[in-house]
Every structure is written in structure tokens, then in C-alpha cells.
Design a protein around this ligand. Structure first.
Ligand SMILES: Cc1cc2nc3c(=O)[nH]c(=O)nc-3n(C[C@H](O)[C@H](O)[C@H](O)COP(=O)(O)OP(=O)(O)OC[C@H]3O[C@@H](n4cnc5c(N)ncnc54)[C@H](O)[C@@H]3O)c2cc1C
Length: 410
């Protein structure tokens, strides 16, 4: 019997639990959960605000998940230190939790820049957790003017969630475009236009230089009045516990393809970990839900003595705002194939006989085929890429590959 401990109770932890149980059905698992909720789908918090889902439907697993998997969860308890010499985790309630194998699945935390006057703002929020969404819901009224600092995924998701529930939404970002980490200028502009058509106002290439309780004084000289402020500037991987014991950390906790960290017996997975991005061959934090689950599963299987490799990590996003859908994946390097209409835009990036990345906006495509070409590093010369460029169809593959990969589907 082994004692398994997981720090964090998000998607990576759920993957980790299922990974452990794929190898070891018996040994006890203890999950340390700072949040007081069972694992839920974090991306749904904006849909909750919009009223499109409820707390029950936000569950990531069934109500009997922990019991079925023989886990005890310590809710509302924080892991404060790892005591690597004695193999224990020191908890915020004063207890020490012994472990034989440990996975850090601690996610990330919002980064708050030192804005002058921020302490004067009473209604100040982040938008990362279910409690953030519940707190924001309490703070708004139909007359609220909301300022969101940050036009990345989290800021825009928040804007969409609040749309229709408040009087005014303004979004500002130092970057000159929305979703600057995943969209180029032209694609970002299409997204911005779509959001503006819904009445969301943007200040881009501009940000607050200081605040008072109800005003942001922008670098450009503009003054934006607000009742509720949301800070969605960025996130940082929760690496502190591991850094403290001298483990190897870059932007995230460095892991190999078995999710093993630099310290034997300690694994890391999800938003706190930095693993290989196979689309560009470098290590990055790939802060998306599917990676968190798959990394967590590998960490769990390996902490239980299995040998599971996760070598399929790529950045990918599938997001839609007010009916305009964008899917992106991989890296935007190499030659570009482009198709554009007024309503849609497709860019495929190829290099050395491989598809490296894509951006699809307003396209109704089976993007999964493109994603799988990136993940599998499929040589483009082995299929009819000219056909595939026009539309993600399985017909571009040889009959033999179609049979193997898609069960003969055409
Ligand atoms: C608004 C929003 C929208 C998103 N939309 C998408 C999307 O559309 N598609 C997509 O793929 N991804 C999306 N993501 C990202 C996705 O939700 C994350 O990549 C994923 O949830 C990461 O899972 P995780 O388990 O690594 O971390 P988390 O879900 O962050 O879980 C980590 C948990 O660890 C806990 N914890 C941290 N430190 C400690 C400690 N010391 N002791 C105890 N507990 C601790 C935290 O409280 C947290 O509950 C979105 C994220 C947000 C916030």
C-alpha cells in the first residue's frame, strides 16, 4: 500500500486520481483542496454568470467521484510546505500529511500588477474560480458599470458572462489587440468587432496608470468610471511550494514526459507544470483543460508505479463570443495557407512537411483533424494536403489510414 497525496483539486487532480486508479485500485488517496468545492469545469464560470448553466451541471465528475475512487478530500485546507526530508505536507490546519508519492496539481493564481490606488477600489474581483463568479454575481446590479482590465481569454469570458446583466462593460489592455497571445492582428480585430457590436467598449494599447474608488485614470489621459473592477491581467503558475524545496522551476514546475519533476517521488501536472509543447519543441505552461487532465492522468499512473507518457501537449483553444467561434492550435510558424471571406478566416501554418498550427475563425470545420495532424506530427506528404487545406475531411487520407484512424469513416 502506498500513501498518495495530491495538492489541488482541479482538473489535473481529477486526471491524477483516475491515473492512480488505472494502476492501483487499493491504496488511499488524499486530496488537499484550498477551494471548498468538488472538482468543477472552470471554463464554465462565465456560462454560470450568463445563466446558461448551474452549479450542478458544472460538476466535472459525478457526485460519487471521490467515494468511488477511495479518496478523502480536505476541503478549505491549504498545503503550506512540502517537507521533502520526511515526505510530509504541512497543512494550514496544522496537520502534517505523510506521502509516499505526491502530485502538485495546484494550478495558477491571478497576477495583480502594482497599480497605484488599487487599494481604494472596494469592489475589486478576479475571474478564475467559482467563488470569484459567485462574488461577482453578488457585486453587480443591472446599473453597474464594469471595467475589466485584461482583454485575454479570461477578461473576455468575463465580459461575455456579464453581458446583459450590467449597464456597461469596458475592457482595457496594454496590448493593442484582444486575445493577443492566441490571435494575430487581423483575427483579433474580427473578434473585437463582434464584441463591440454587442456594446462592449475597448481601450486597447492603453491601461490604467492609477485608480481611485470609481475611476481608472488611463495612460492615454482618458478617465473610465466604474462601479465594479475585474482584474484579468494574467496568471502565474503556483510553483512556490516546489521552489521552496529547491525543485527545478521555470515559469512552471519543470516536468518530463512522465510528469516527473526534478525531485524523486514528486510529480506535477496542469497549469502549475511546464511540459513539452510538441508544436514548437520547447517547454511551456500549456494552461488548458485537456492538457491538465492528460498530464494529471500520466502523473497519477506514474506515481502508482505505471509508465504513462504524455507527449502530445500543444496549445489549443476553442472559444466563441456571441456566436463568432475561434479555434486555434499549435504554433504560428512557417508557410501560411490562408482562406478569407467576410465572415470567416482560416490560416494553416506548415513547415518541414508538418502542420504546426492553425487559426480558424467563423469556420465550420472538423478542426480535430488538423489538431490530430499536429499532435501526431503526420508527414503532410503522406496525405492529400491540398484537399485538406480546403476543408478538414478524412478523404484527404489514404483508404488504409482512414480505416485505421477513423474506422473507415469518410
Ligand atoms: C474563466 C476561464 C475560462 C477558461 N476557459 C477555457 C477553455 O475554454 N478551454 C480550456 O481548455 N481551458 C480554459 N481555461 C483553463 C482551464 O480551466 C485550466 O487550464 C484548467 O482548469 C487547469 O486545471 P488545473 O487542475 O491544472 O488547475 P486548477 O483548475 O486551477 O486547480 C488547481 C486547484 O489547486 C488549488 N490549490 C492551489 N494551491 C493550493 C495549495 N497550496 N493547497 C491546496 N490547494 C491548492 C486551487 O485552489 C485550485 O482549486 C479557462 C480558465 C478560466 C479561469
Amino acid at each position: 500500500m502506498k500513501n498518495y497525496v495530491i495538492i489541488g483539486n482541479g482538473i489535473a487532480a481529477a486526471g491524477c486520481i483516475e491515473g492512480i486508479r488505472s494502476v492501483d485500485k487499493e491504496s488511499p488517496i488524499t486530496v488537499v483542496s484550498e477551494e471548498k468545492h468538488e472538482v468543477y469545469c472552470r471554463p464554465l464560470i462565465s456560462y454560470y454568470l450568463e445563466g446558461k448553466t448551474d452549479l450542478d451541471r458544472m460538476r466535472y465528475r459525478g457526485a460519487d467521484f471521490y467515494e468511488k475512487n477511495g479518496c478523502s478530500v480536505l476541503y478549505g485546507v491549504k498545503a503550506e510546505h512540502i517537507l521533502a526530508d520526511t515526505k510530509e505536507v504541512a497543512l494550514s490546519d496544522g496537520r502534517k500529511l505523510p506521502y509516499d508519492a505526491l502530485t502538485l496539481a495546484a494550478g495558477s493564481s491571478p497576477f495583480v500588477p502594482p497599480f497605484a490606488g488599487l487599494e481604494l477600489v472596494k469592489s475589486r474581483h478576479s475571474f478564475m474560480t467559482l467563488d470569484d463568479a459567485l462574488g461577482l454575481e453578488q457585486a453587480i446590479t443591472p446599473d453597474s458599470r464594469v471595467l475589466i482590465v485584461g482583454a485575454g481569454l479570461i477578461g473576455l469570458k468575463c465580459a461575455e458572462g456579464l453581458h446583459g446583466r450590467v449597464a456597461e462593460i469596458t475592457v482595457c489592455d496594454l496590448a493593442d489587440r484582444v486575445l493577443s497571445s492566441i490571435l494575430d492582428e487581423e483575427c483579433a480585430y474580427r473578434m473585437q468587432k463582434c464584441l463591440e457590436e454587442q456594446g462592449i467598449r475597448f481601450f486597447l494599447g492603453d491601461s490604467a496608470s492609477r485608480f481611485d474608488e470609481h475611476h481608472a485614470f488611463m495612460r492615454s489621459g482618458a478617465i473610465v468610471g466604474f462601479d465594479v473592477l475585474v482584474l484579468a491581467v494574467g496568471v502565474r503558475a503556483n510553483t512556490g511550494l516546489f521552489r521552496e524545496i529547491g525543485g527545478n522551476v521555470n515559469r512552471g514546475i519543470l516536468v518530463d514526459e512522465r510528469m516527473q519533476t526534478s525531485v524523486p517521488g514528486i510529480f506535477a501536472a496542469g497549469d502549475c507544470a511546464e511540459g513539452l509543447d510538441i508544436s514548437c519543441g520547447t517547454k511551456r505552461v500549456l494552461a488548458i483543460l485537456p492538457n491538465a487532465y492528460m498530464q494529471g492522468h500520466a502523473a497519477g499512473a506514474n506515481m502508482a508505479g505505471g509508465n504513462e507518457i504524455f507527449d502530445k501537449g500543444i496549445p489549443m483553444n476553442s472559444i466563441g463570443f456571441f456566436g463568432l467561434h475561434a479555434m486555434t492550435a499549435g504554433s504560428y510558424d512557417g508557410e501560411v495557407y490562408e482562406e478569407k471571406t467576410e465572415k470567416s478566416l482560416k490560416r494553416l501554418f506548415t513547415k518541414d512537411d508538418r502542420l504546426l498550427g492553425f487559426i480558424l475563425i467563423g469556420c465550420e470545420e472538423r478542426a480535430g483533424i488538423y489538431t490530430s495532424l499536429i499532435r501526431e506530427k503526420t508527414p503532410l506528404s503522406s496525405l492529400n494536403f491540398d484537399l485538406l487545406k480546403k476543408g478538414a475531411t478524412t478523404l484527404a487520407f489514404s483508404p488504409e489510414t482512414r480505416r485505421k484512424k477513423f474506422g473507415g469513416a469518410v
